[in-house]
Write a protein that binds this ligand. Structure first.
Ligand code: ADP
Length: 170
């Protein structure tokens, strides 16, 4: 009995650890970089208690961005979206933590900044959909696809954080 309960406790801990290790692809778009908002955006995720596990500034190619936004290729705004995204460097990041995909979207705000709540990144720092300064994965599946599209496995850092692992989670 003791062994069985120990093993179920271990399973619970493992599931909790997996949930705490959910990852999302968050990107600061060229307008966010040009406007000097990189630090502020990173700070929001850090202060919330999420863990930064990958980060790079990159001027992405047209082909790379067309692949990233492949689901939108038939939308009328697709060409302007791509020219916006290739207009300067982006900051690509992977953030990790409990429910990060959903929480990251909430922290970013709605696609149209006019519909974004004050307190969200888009709601505080932007006005138009075509200049909405940041991107966040919309599901765990797209997060996995996007992370693999932007980062090599060795660019993602699996590490323990004494502060986050002991003080953000109970
Ligand atoms: P999100 O970035 O919130 O996931 P979408 O995947 O629908 O939103 O769109 C991707 C990006 O394309 C948006 O963040 C925005 O930059 C741009 N976009 C979406 N809809 C429009 C639109 N109607 N006009 C101009 N740009 C748009």
């Amino acid at each position: 009995r003791l062994l069985a309960s120990e093993s179920s406790l271990r399973t619970t801990r493992l599931i909790t650890k997996m949930a705490n290790n959910e990852r999302s692809f968050i990107m600061i778009k060229p307008d966010g970089v040009h406007r000097g908002l990189v630090g502020k955006i990173i700070q929001r995720f850090e202060e919330r208690g999420y863990k930064l596990v990958a980060l790079k500034q990159i001027t992405a190619s047209k082909a790379h961005l067309e692949e990233h936004y492949v689901d939108l290729k038939d939308k009328p705004f697709f060409p302007s979206l791509i020219s916006y995204m290739v207009s300067g460097p982006v900051v690509a990041m992977v953030w990790q933590g409990l429910d990060i995909v959903k929480q990251g979207r909430a922290m970013l705000g709605a696609t149209n900044p006019l519909a974004s709540a004050p307190g969200s990144i888009r709601g505080d720092f932007s006005i138009q959909t075509g200049r909405n300064i940041c991107h966040g994965s919309d599901s765990v599946d797209s997060a996995n696809r996007e992370i693999a599209h932007w980062f090599k496995t060795e660019e993602i850092n699996d590490y323990k954080s004494a502060l986050i692992d002991s003080w953000v989670y109970e």
